[in-house]
Design a protein around this ligand. Structure first.
Ligand code: SF4
Length: 215
């Protein structure tokens, strides 16, 4: 894809989603970190319901560490993968308490040292809570960016590297939200709404398939 097409895609995404922002509810970097861990394979709406209850009593590392694994599992059960998620939350929280004085580190490299925190979670927290530049490649970002042709990769890691090269750094965090919005509203996993997509004239997937779900 040439630079002109990339610029047009980014401009159109910016036009479509000027108010794109995270759907997860949080008040502090710590709450965001917990919410992002819970959001794997789960809807943001479900996570927001769970954290609304959880954070009433356990909204800091100190308070969270009063919970046992089993007690935390009961709170987050409905988010799925609750055993792993509870373990990851408690591991990361212990690291925050023991290595970072009870504060979520604002540095990307430090975030990635937290137990249970992978690249995607670190990127979201770094970008959203601390205003850093990062593209977190979730399922929507992966699918939409590879369909459009902003990336040509078969893993989230390679997709992130290619998006970092294709998109100006100052737009990384916004582009992450734009691609999520487009994936949720138009470029669905199973039935992308290509006929009504304003990006179809620039999209490699559309050019290759000329898909028209209305026919
Ligand atoms: S044209 Fe279709 S595949 Fe391409 S971005 Fe739009 S909805 Fe997705």
């Amino acid at each position: 894809m040439n630079d002109d097409a990339k610029d047009k895609i980014l401009a159109e995404l910016a036009r479509l989603y000027p108010d794109a922002r995270p759907a997860l509810h949080y008040k502090t970097p710590y709450e965001l970190l917990v919410a992002v861990i819970l959001s794997a394979q789960c809807t943001d709406e479900r996570v927001n319901k769970v954290t609304a209850e959880l954070f009433k009593l356990y909204d800091t590392p100190e308070k969270m560490l009063t919970l046992s694994q089993e007690e935390l599992e009961k709170y987050i059960f409905s988010c799925g993968f609750y055993r792993n998620k509870a373990a990851h939350i408690l591991s990361a929280t212990r690291d925050i308490a023991e290595k970072f004085g009870g504060e979520v580190p604002a540095d990307h490299a430090a975030l990635k040292t937290l137990a249970g925190v992978g690249q995607k979670t670190a990127n979201v927290v770094y970008a959203v809570a601390f205003g850093g530049n990062a593209i977190a490649v979730d399922t929507h970002v992966f699918r939409v960016s590879n369909r459009l042709g902003l990336a040509h990769a078969n893993t989230p890691e390679k997709t992130e590297t290619q998006l970092n090269a294709a998109i100006p750094e100052k737009l990384w965090s916004e582009a992450h939200h734009w691609l999520i919005y487009h994936g949720r509203r138009v470029c669905h996993s199973q039935r992308p709404d290509c006929p009504n997509c304003t990006l179809k004239g620039l999209c490699e997937f559309y050019a290759a398939t000329n898909i028209d779900n209305n026919k």
